[in-house]
Design a binder for this molecule. Structure first.
Ligand code: HEC
Length: 158
């Protein structure tokens, strides 16, 4: 009975997808949930408390403010810069050594970014997202966080 049944090499087109689907079910759909380059991007991030969600960026998005945000994002934020994980271009493709599941937010994805109020971004930058590699930057001042938010929002506008 060579060549019959679904477990012959020849019929890989049948059993490979089956194995793939079973793997996805078993692992809780990791590829579907956290596929790279996906837009809108799936978020594990918890929703910020109400009093944060209603916050608006008090700074105006002028060149000076955006440049200050850029400096923090690309060079100054400690202990590690935002670009390490979010990428120089803000597309979520940072240093491969810092890749994680879920992946870093892709700030170039306008669909996802439009759905996130300023206060949500503020809350996460200050407090981090538990269970992900996004830790809280408690050392940044309110002003610095708002500068970063203006800078981050530029990525989806280009
Ligand atoms: C060690 C890696 C890492 C670094 C460094 C890092 N992030 Fe993140 N960031 C992540 C990951 C991973 C997520 C996605 C978390 C999730 O899906 O819950 C994320 C998510 C975010 C979000 C999205 C929050 C939301 O509600 O969706 C913002 C905003 C953010 N990061 C800003 C920053 C800023 C600003 C810096 C630098 C000051 C920074 N991140 C540094 C890994 C990192």
């Amino acid at each position: 009975m060579m060549g019959k049944g679904i477990f012959t090499i020849k019929d890989y087109k049948v059993w490979l997808p089956i194995i793939f689907v079973l793997f996805q079910i078993f692992m809780g759909f990791p590829t579907l949930l956290f596929a790279k380059g996906e837009c809108p991007q799936n978020r594990k991030t918890p929703t910020a408390p109400k009093e944060f969600l209603s916050m608006k960026n008090p700074l105006s998005a002028n060149t000076k403010i955006i440049e200050a945000g850029e400096k923090l994002f690309q060079k100054q934020a400690i202990p590690i810069t935002c670009k390490t994980c979010h990428g120089t271009k803000g597309n979520g493709k940072g240093d491969p050594d810092f890749e994680s599941t879920p992946p870093a937010r892709d700030f170039t994805c306008a669909k996802t970014m439009k759905s996130l109020p300023d206060g949500q971004l503020f809350w996460i930058i200050r407090n981090g997202s538990p269970g992900t590699s996004m830790f809280g930057y408690s050392g940044l001042s309110d002003n610095e966080i708002w500068q970063l938010i203006h800078y981050i929002r530029q990525f989806a506008k280009k």
